[in-house]
Design a binder for this molecule. Structure first.
Ligand code: SAM
Length: 238
């Protein structure tokens, strides 16, 4: 039998991404995605983060809690390869791993205490809302950034693949929500530009109406042609 260890959850992520659909495949791609980590239990102590404000970026170690119950397989199909080539799970960043542990570098925006909770403001995240955090470490460029490293099928950051427009209804909706969510237009544009549809759909005619859940909004959108998506409306979810 394999040995097992138990880890403590040290915090939870509050993220604009309320469902898996449309979350970018890596951090740093959608800079307008802002959220925070709320430290929990014994880790909810400002002393744990003393000195962390000196660092611009953090490594987050977390649990893929939204998919962990689905188990894992030795071979997976990375979306970067169009979803039709299989690679070993450990050669990919798939969420379906022997241990459902993820790691992301995010920007540290601020550190604050609110209602007795320590909160770390972060941006550029690729994490589902309520993701459990098991560790946080400062990002150290001299050791963590390796400019001569090779990365096979993931050498380049994925280019934006779609142009985004907003219908007149969506523009009105943005105005209505601007005060509470001034960065909503940028967030929606950045999320859609990376084409959140399944890999096999890209470059294909597509008349489906999509919805995606960001913050407290259902964003309705549709492809206008092969490279252009239009936001139809932004509805507040009750
Ligand atoms: N940067 C991390 C890594 O390399 O370990 C995550 C990469 S993984 C390919 C990114 C995807 O994980 C996102 O597009 C989203 O669909 C999914 N994801 C993010 N948070 C999750 C969670 N808590 N549970 C399940 N899936 C999650």
């Amino acid at each position: 039998m394999n040995q097992q260890i138990t880890l403590d959850i040290i915090g939870y992520v509050s993220s604009p991404y309320k469902e898996k659909f449309a979350i970018p495949r890596q951090p740093g791609i959608v800079s307008a995605a802002k959220g925070h980590i709320e430290l929990a239990g014994q880790a909810n102590n400002i002393e744990l983060v003393r000195g962390l404000e000196q660092f611009s970026h953090l490594w987050l170690m977390f649990i893929f809690h939204g998919t962990s119950a689905q188990g894992w397989k030795p071979l997976v199909r990375p979306p970067r390869l169009g979803g039709n080539k299989k690679l070993g799970v450990l050669a990919t960043r798939s969420t379906f791993r022997p241990n459902p542990v993820g790691m992301s570098v995010v920007k540290l925006e601020d550190i604050r205490v609110e209602n007795k909770s320590v909160k770390l403001g972060i941006s550029g995240l690729d994490l589902l809302d309520q993701t459990p955090i098991i560790d946080i470490k400062p990002y150290v460029p001299y050791s963590d950034a390796l400019y001569d490293a090779s990365a096979g099928f993931a050498q380049e950051s994925p280019a934006d693949s779609l142009n985004i427009s907003f219908s007149s209804q969506a523009k009105q909706d943005l105005l209505k929500f601007h005060q509470a969510y001034p960065e909503l237009e940028q967030l929606i544009s950045q999320v859609l530009a990376q084409d959140p549809r399944p890999a096999y759909k890209s470059g294909q005619a597509d008349d489906k109406r999509y919805g995606m859940h960001l913050h407290q909004f259902n964003i309705l959108w549709q492809m206008k042609d092969l490279t252009r998506a239009e936001v139809i409306a932004i509805e507040k979810i009750a």
